[in-house]
Design a protein around this ligand. Structure first.
Ligand code: HEC
Length: 189
């Protein structure tokens, strides 16, 4: 009986973390000390931003275990028109994000970099256009597309146009070893 009560409390505590709604970012924006990296994509979603972008100094994103944030990421993926190029994850102009192939890496930090720096063959640079915190929510959602997160935080069927099976129902794709990293842009931009 006592063991059951302890188990219940543990389960409830676990549930709290999964559902926590944080209104301030648990991960401060990369500080002034973070080195500035060049934008790699020349496209930008709105007015051209000057200068480089700050990349993450940590490998793991803050939201990979938070169902609320992952679902916010799912909403933002459409709001920022990621789906305009990547469709609902299966890819169109941009590559598929729900498979096991990652040209620039599948880690949270690598996906954050893809979003913020942009990528040379047509991926816009979102650095400075969207808040870091929202970028991290999108990172967590992108990882859920190929089943990289815990099942209890992955989104179930969306309320709008469905792109096939709900993220939670997908078979996890094991990221294949990435190709050798592309050479950095000559001269920096
Ligand atoms: C204008 C079209 C376009 C939009 C909008 C766009 N992407 Fe991309 N994205 C691309 C293309 C094209 C590539 C491939 C770039 C390359 O190979 O250099 C790419 C690459 C990526 C990659 C790297 C994939 C890998 O295999 O490593 C990620 C992650 C990504 N996009 C996420 C996003 C997210 C998240 C958004 C929304 C915030 C977004 N993209 C918006 C076109 C787009």
């Amino acid at each position: 009986m006592k063991a059951a009560a302890i188990l219940l409390v543990l389960l409830l505590l676990g549930g709290c973390e999964r559902e926590a709604r944080r209104f301030t970012s648990p991960m401060p924006s990369p500080g002034a000390s973070a080195p500035e990296s060049p934008r790699v994509g020349s496209l930008q979603p709105a007015t051209q931003q000057q200068g480089g972008v700050k990349l993450s100094t940590v490998g793991e994103g803050p939201y990979n275990g938070n169902a609320f944030a992952v679902n916010q990421g799912k909403r933002l993926f459409r709001w920022y028109n990621c789906n305009g190029c990547h469709a609902m994850g299966g890819g169109s102009i941009g590559p598929a994000l729900m498979d096991d192939q990652w040209k620039y890496g599948s880690s949270s930090a690598a996906i954050f970099a893809s979003i913020m720096q942009g990528r040379p063959e047509g991926m816009p640079s979102f650095g400075g256009h969207i808040p870091d915190d929202q970028a991290w929510q999108i990172v967590a959602y992108v990882r859920s597309m190929s089943g990289q997160l815990r099942k209890d935080v992955e989104p179930s069927r969306g309320d709008t146009l469905s792109g096939g099976e709900a993220e939670v129902a997908r078979t996890p794709e094991k990221p294949r070893p990435a190709d050798p990293p592309p050479s950095p842009p000559v001269g920096g931009r």
